[in-house]
Write a protein that binds this ligand. Structure first.
Ligand code: KDG
Ligand code: MG
Length: 403
């Protein structure tokens, strides 16, 4: 294989912003990596084009591990979302190239398939409980066997993730920063009612998940976990701010509700304690935000030692390149749990034509060589970047509340 001849950063906004790295070898093989950091996209684009791309030309694309070590250890300034998203994009693009050179789908290079398909969960939501029930029903009709349920909280407007049409929901809005009002007490009163309504209507044959979006203190999270035990959640996600690893000891002491964490983690060091002490049940690190296929594979291997299963983040702010990479890992690792699936818009799918598909509750990465995703650069150029922000929540007295 010849050396890396070009490294280009493509920023586009087909309905939402994406940052994509494209590497091309001297003999014309291309590899893609996703470097999208929702709401902070251009910081990663600059890190890549100013600091990383100049190091790549002339390097051997086959040396994936050595390139990872060079960009991580060699930078001196380690970890952090910007650095790790940039490293992730290079790493993912190199795996794409290696698998294309081998003429195999990436999962074959990761050890081959450990299962027939990748169990996926989708998002049900609504402004009211009834709307959410209707949303669950639509997803079950489309074949999903696992559903994340969120709904508006009476008295609170604009609760994050609780939208009338989950298919049109994007976790960042273009333009000005949006703010909404938050009340932990009202939320804690509401969630058991929501879950009880879902179980009453659909029974226990559907796997149910719920995302707290990092909004609680440890004791509040313990209380919530305990109060929903009878509803047998598949998981309760991100109950407290992500930097609080030791807080999970307290939550664990009080509840047997399974816990999932990790979508904002950037490295194995962010979850080492959570995993090795058995404080969580699912690790949700994403290929894009936790250093690429190489590093996420390492995190998943550590998790396997401690009976922690995988549940990769798959919101729409992770591009189809990231979702494809996650699916190859999902198919291969022994400790796969579930994959989040928030389908991209038609506009996004047109810019990133891909092989993966959803069928009967399961995702499949496809059998083409590499990741199985391409980038239509001409179409991408028609969708220029638009500044966007994730919303902010304030308590009733105006204090900024945690994500
Ligand atoms: O960029 C932030 C979103 O990806 C995130 O808020 C979505 O929590 C999320 C999820 O579980 O998909
Ligand atoms: Mg989440």
């Amino acid at each position: 294989m010849s050396t890396i001849a070009a490294a280009e950063v493509v920023v586009c906004s087909p309905g939402r912003n994406f940052v994509t790295l494209k590497l091309t070898t001297g003999d014309g093989l291309t590899g893609l990596g996703d470097a999208t950091l929702n709401g902070r996209e251009l910081a990663v684009a600059a890190y890549l084009s100013e600091h990383v791309c100049p190091l790549l030309a002339g390097r051997d694309p086959a040396r994936i591990e050595d390139t990872w070590q060079l960009l991580y250890k060699g930078a001196y300034w380690r970890r952090g979302p910007v650095t790790m998203a940039a490293i992730a994009a290079v790493d993912t693009a190199l795996w794409d190239i290696k698998a294309k050179a081998a003429g195999m789908p990436l999962y074959q290079l990761l050890g081959g398939r450990s299962r027939d398909g990748v169990l996926a969960y989708a998002h049900a939501s609504g402004e009211t409980i009834d709307d959410t029930l209707a949303s669950v029903e639509r997803l079950l009709e489309r074949g999903y066997r696992a559903v994340r349920v969120q709904s508006g909280v009476p008295g609170l407007e604009g609760v994050y993730g609780a939208v009338a049409d989950p298919r049109a929901y994007e976790p960042a809005a273009a333009g000005e920063l949006q703010e909404s009002v938050w009340s932990t007490e009202e939320y804690l009163r509401h969630v058991p009612t929501l879950l009880s309504a879902v179980r009453e209507r659909f029974g226990f044959s559907v796997d149910l998940l719920h995302d707290v979006h990092h909004r609680l203190t440890p004791i509040e999270a313990a209380r919530l976990g305990k109060s929903v035990e009878e509803h047998a959640l598949f998981w309760l996600e991100d109950p407290v701010p992500a930097e609080r690893q030791a807080a999970y000891r307290l939550i664990r002491r009080h509840t047997t509700t399974p816990l999932a964490v990790g979508e904002v983690f950037n490295s194995i060091w962010d979850c080492e304690q959570l995993i090795s002490e058995g404080l969580i049940d699912y690790i949700r690190t994403a290929v894009t935000h936790a250093g690429g296929v190489s590093h996420v594979r390492r995190i998943f291997a550590l998790a396997e030692l401690h009976d922690v299963r995988t549940g990769s983040h798959g919101a729409t702010d992770l591009s189809p390149v990231c979702l494809a990479a996650a699916l190859h890992l999902d198919l291969a690792v022994p400790n796969f749990g579930i994959q989040e699936h928030m389908p991209h818009s038609e506009q996004t799918d047109a810019v990133f034509p891909h092989d993966y598909r959803f069928e009967d509750g399961y995702l499949h990465p496809g059998e083409g060589p590499g990741l199985g995703v391409e980038l239509d650069e001409e179409l991408a150029a028609k969708h220029p970047y638009r500044r966007a922000y994730l919303p902010v929540a304030r308590r009733r007295d105006g204090t900024v509340h945690s994500w």
